[in-house]
Design a binder for this molecule. Structure first.
Ligand SMILES: CC(C)(COP(=O)(O)OP(=O)(O)OC[C@H]1O[C@@H](n2cnc3c(N)ncnc32)[C@H](O)[C@@H]1OP(=O)(O)O)[C@@H](O)C(=O)NCCC(=O)NCCS
Length: 138
């Protein structure tokens, strides 16, 4: 079936990434640098959007992101991304970040929404892969 007429379940593209914060990820104070967390969020969200579109995507926009507490070297960061809406050529991805220490004590949660567009370069000038998003059945 053509992807444009296909309703895809959120679960089909939901993507999860887990990282341990390494010294190379940290700022001079030994905390995870915000830009590195944004990079991980962008990577897993683009994988999620790409799976939904069945195509390569590029980042269009990132909603507000607030870092309320520091995440330290050795902490575990889990990032979950799921499609919340699909438009004509773009896909909205909701991303949640959970930071915990090695014992599992929760330290911080971060949420944001990122928007991706199905990359025209990979669609050979035809449709830009619009799969409908069925959010009722996860
Ligand atoms: C994203 C990009 C292709 C949009 O180009 P454009 O000519 O504005 O495209 P269009 O006007 O046809 O819009 C395409 C879609 O993007 C959406 N869009 C474009 N700019 C947007 C913005 N600033 N915020 C939210 N949505 C936006 C439009 O609503 C449209 O969505 P729809 O087709 O699902 O309805 C172009 O801005 C681009 O190439 N940006 C760089 C992307 C990139 O390289 N990202 C990596 C980080 S540097």
């Amino acid at each position: 079936m053509d992807i444009e007429n296909k309703a895809k379940r959120v679960a089909e593209s939901k993507s999860v990434m887990t990282e341990m914060v390494m010294p190379n990820d940290a700022n001079p104070m030994g905390n995870l640098m915000g830009g590195n967390l944004l990079r991980w969020m962008d990577i897993i969200s683009s994988i999620c959007a790409g799976k939904h579109c069945e195509n390569q995507v590029v980042t269009v926009s990132v909603d507000n992101v607030a870092f309320k507490k520091p995440i330290h070297v050795g902490d575990i960061v889990t990032i979950e991304a799921m499609v919340t809406r699909s438009f004509h050529t773009s896909v909205e991805v909701y991303v949640e970040v959970y930071a915990a220490d090695i014992k599992g004590k929760k330290l911080q949660e971060v949420q944001s929404c990122l928007l991706y567009i199905c990359c025209p370069k990979y669609t050979r000038g035809k449709t830009r892969s619009r799969a409908r998003c069925s959010t009722t059945d996860r």
